[in-house]
Design a protein around this ligand. Structure first.
Ligand SMILES: [Zn+2]
Ligand SMILES: [Zn+2]
Length: 431
C-alpha cells in the first residue's frame, strides 16, 4: 500500500471515531481529577486501550500513568511515543457547556477545591484515545512501534508527592522499547484547527518556589515581645519586582507568588508565613541566577526584620524545545493534516509542559492546536471572531475548547506517528 493511500485511510478512520472522541471528551470533562488522583480517568483509558487489543497495556506507572504498546506488523525499528496529559486543575468550571464540571475534591491537600479541565487535558486524552483507535486499525501496515503515553500530574502534584513525566521516565516507562521520537500537542486560544509551532523554546523553564519566613509568635498587642514575619514578607514581595532588573531584559523572567499562607490571627502575631510561587525563565540558563537572587532577597529581607527565611525550589521542569531539524521534518506532516495556510509560527510563552522531559530525552516535537473562535490579525496575532465565544486563556474558569477540533488532534497524532515510523518524519541530522 502506498503512503498516500495509508494517509487517506488514517483520515477515514479518524472521521469514523470522531463522535466517540467527543463523547470521551465530554465524559472526562464532567469527571475531572486533580494531579496524582487520575484514578477513573486512567481506568477509562486502560479499558479502551485493552478493548483495542494492543500488545500491552501497562498501568499504575508513577501513580496513574498508562502506556499502551502497539507493535506494527510491517518491518521497521522506530518507536514513537504519543503523549497526552490527563489531570485537571483546582479551578471552578465556568465554560458554559452542558457537560461542565460540578466536581469538588474535598480531600486534596490545601482543599477542598472545585475541579475542572481548565487546561484542556480532557481534549488531549480523548484525542489520543482516538489516535490509538485509528492506528490499531492499521496495525498490520505500521512499520514500527507506537507508545500511547497517558501521563498523570502534568500540572504538578502536591509538594509532598512525586509525579509527572519525569516520574514516568524514572519508573522505566520508556526503557523498553526506547522511543526514537516523542510528540505532544496542547490546545490553545488560537483559531480552530490551526497548528502553531516554534523553533527553539516553545515553553519556558519552570520551578515551584516555597519561601518560609519565620519570626516569633506573640500577642498582637505586644509585637516587640516577638518577631513579626509579616513586614519581612512585604519586603520580599516588593523586592521581587526588582529581580527583573538583575537579569537580561531580552530574555523574559517572571516570579509570581500566587499563594500566601499564614498561621496568625487578628490578635496573634504568627510564627511563620509561607509563600508559594512559580519562577519562569525563557532561557533555562537564567534559572540558577534568578534562584540565587531570590534566595538572597528572601534571606536578607527577613534578617532586616529580625526574622529568618528558608527558600526551596521544587518540581523543576525544563523548557519545551523544538529543534530546527525536527521542525523542518515535521512541517510537511502538519501542513498535510491541517492545510498549509493553517500552520503558523507562534511566539514563546512562559507556560510550561513537562512533555519537555520526553522531547528533550528522545527528540521530537510539541505543537499548539487552536481550539477557539478566533482569527489571526494582520500581524499574525489571534483575535476574537465577532459573535464567537472570545479568546480565553488556559487555567481561566471560562476556558473552552471547540469539539470540532478534536478530530484534528486525532489526525495529528496518527499522521505524525505513521510518518515517523515510515522514516519521512525524521530530522536530517538523524537520517
Ligand atoms: Zn495547564
Ligand atoms: Zn496543560
Amino acid at each position: 500500500m502506498d503512503t498516500e493511500a495509508i494517509h487517506e485511510e488514517l483520515d477515514k478512520r479518524a472521521a469514523e471515531v470522531a463522535d466517540q472522541v467527543v463523547a470521551w471528551r465530554h465524559h472526562l470533562h464532567q469527571h475531572p481529577e486533580l494531579s496524582n488522583r487520575e484514578v477513573n480517568t486512567a481506568r477509562l483509558v486502560a479499558d479502551q486501550l485493552r478493548a483495542l487489543g494492543l500488545d500491552e497495556v501497562r498501568t499504575g506507572i508513577a501513580g496513574h500513568g498508562v502506556v499502551g504498546v502497539l507493535r506494527g506488523g510491517a518491518p521497521g525499528e522506530r518507536v514513537v511515543a504519543l503523549r497526552a496529559d490527563m489531570d485537571a486543575l483546582p479551578v471552578r468550571d465556568a465554560c458554559g457547556a452542558d457537560f461542565a464540571s460540578a466536581v469538588v475534591d474535598a480531600d486534596y491537600p490545601g482543599g477542598p477545591f472545585p475541579v475542572s479541565h481548565a487546561c484542556g487535558h480532557d481534549c488531549h486524552t480523548a484525542a489520543l484515545l482516538g489516535a490509538a483507535t485509528v492506528l490499531a486499525g492499521v496495525r498490520d501496515r505500521l512499520p514500527g512501534t507506537v507508545l500511547f503515553v497517558f501521563q498523570p500530574a502534568e500540572e504538578g502534584p502536591p509538594v509532598t508527592e512525586q509525579g509527572g513525566a519525569r516520574a514516568m521516565v524514572e519508573a522505566g516507562a520508556f526503557d523498553d522499547p526506547v522511543p526514537t521520537m516523542a510528540f505532544g500537542l496542547h490546545v490553545t486560544p488560537h483559531p480552530k484547527g490551526y497548528v502553531g509551532y516554534r523553533v527553539g523554546n516553545q515553553y519556558g523553564a519552570s520551578t515551584l518556589v516555597r519561601i518560609v519566613v519565620t519570626g516569633k509568635q506573640t500577642h498582637g498587642s505586644t509585637p516587640w515581645e516577638g518577631v513579626d514575619p509579616m513586614p519581612a514578607v512585604g519586603a520580599v514581595l516588593t523586592g521581587i519586582g526588582q529581580l527583573y532588573r538583575q537579569v537580561s531584559a531580552f530574555d523574559p523572567v517572571t516570579v509570581s507568588i500566587g499563594h500566601v499562607e499564614d498561621v496568625g490571627r487578628f490578635n496573634i502575631v504568627g510564627q511563620t508565613v509561607t509563600l508559594w510561587g512559580t519562577v519562569r525563565c525563557a532561557v533555562e540558563s537564567d534559572m540558577v541566577r534568578v534562584q540565587q537572587r531570590l534566595t538572597t532577597l528572601a534571606e536578607h529581607s527577613a534578617a532586616a526584620f529580625g526574622a529568618t527565611a528558608t527558600v526551596e525550589y521544587l518540581q523543576p521542569v525544563p523548557p519545551v524545545h523544538n529543534s530546527g531539524p525536527w521542525v523542518e521534518a515535521g512541517l510537511p506532516t502538519f501542513r498535510r493534516v491541517v492545510g498549509p495556510e493553517r500552520v503558523v509560527e507562534t511566539g514563546a510563552t512562559l507556560g510550561y509542559d513537562d512533555v519537555s522531559e520526553l522531547v528533550g530525552r528522545f527528540g521530537g516535537l510539541y505543537v499548539m492546536l487552536g481550539v477557539q473562535d478566533a482569527t489571526l490579525d494582520a500581524s499574525g496575532r489571534p483575535v476574537p471572531v465577532p459573535g464567537g465565544r472570545g479568546l480565553v486563556t488556559n487555567h481561566n474558569p471560562h476556558f473552552y475548547a471547540d469539539d470540532g477540533t478534536l478530530v484534528t488532534g486525532v489526525r495529528l497524532h496518527a499522521h505524525v506517528a505513521y510518518d515517523h515510523l515510515a522514516g519521512t518524519l525524521v530530522p536530517s541530522d538523524a537520517a
